[in-house]
Write a protein that binds this ligand. Structure first.
Ligand SMILES: N[C@@H](CCC(=O)N[C@@H](CS)C(=O)NCC(=O)O)C(=O)O
Length: 216
């Protein structure tokens, strides 16, 4: 398949999401390896497309979009025959999928970013956003409650968030688990088992490699 896809961004638990979705779907793309707040953004074409100044960003023949969850859902919807199955519109299964996706993004991802904003380097951005240990502690507790809720999704012994098939919710959840592990947060056993299994996937390994900014 010819490459008309471009991903901007490298090195974070958000930038890995489109890279991982593309790996799962076996799609090629051009990778603009720009770090958030890093040099190189100015000459990458990103700012002309998105004044948000954020990564990841994705463009193909149809879309120019920047929210990581929106990118993976778009790719899954468009190429579901290649993997990342998406339930049909207006089905109960799709409603539950989006309930879980929004939960992951608003209750976990957003609070993990609060931790990042206010904790100290090298993990955090307190030099930019201010050191706020109380906010960091509260956000970690909040994420902890989110992790307990996500663990509940697996109570019936299911392999993946939506049942028996790996999909976008698993991808998004795993990135939040990895992010929380980076802050040495406790993860419920059910999610540790889930995450360890997902980490063996070829798509995850490939995307982790593509998202590795240490060699830049
Ligand atoms: N909700 C967005 C968040 C994107 C985001 O905040 N990306 C960070 C890197 S993880 C960034 O580009 N920060 C640069 C900045 O805020 O200046 C998503 O999930 O894609």
């Amino acid at each position: 398949m010819s490459s008309s896809r471009t991903v901007w961004g490298i090195g974070t638990e958000r930038t890995i999401r489109p890279l991982w979705a593309l790996a799962e779907l076996g799609l090629d793309y051009e990778h603009q390896k720009v770090l958030p707040r890093g040099g190189g953004i100015e000459n990458s074409g990103l700012l002309e497309r998105s004044p948000r100044h954020k990564v990841p960003f994705f463009e193909d023949d149809r879309v120019s979009i920047g929210e990581s969850a929106a990118i993976v859902c778009y790719l899954a919807d468009r190429y579901s025959d290649r993997g990342l199955p998406m339930p049909a519109l207006a089905t109960a299964e799709r409603a539950v999928l989006f309930d879980h996706i929004f939960y992951i993004m608003t209750e976990m991802d957003a609070r993990l970013y609060t931790v990042r904003m206010h904790c100290d380097p090298p993990q955090g951005l307190s030099q930019t956003y201010g050191s706020a240990p109380v906010a960091v502690d509260a956000a970690k507790k909040y994420v902890g409650r989110g992790l307990n809720e996500a663990a509940r999704w697996f109570e019936d012994g299911r392999a993946f968030v939506m049942g028996e098939d790996f999909g976008v919710a698993d991808l998004l959840l795993t990135t939040c688990l990895d992010w929380a592990l980076g802050y040495e947060m406790d993860i419920p056993d059910a999610l540790t088992t889930f995450r360890d299994k997902i980490a063996k996937r070829q798509g995850y390994i490939q995307a982790t490699n593509c998202n590795d900014a240490s060699k830049l």
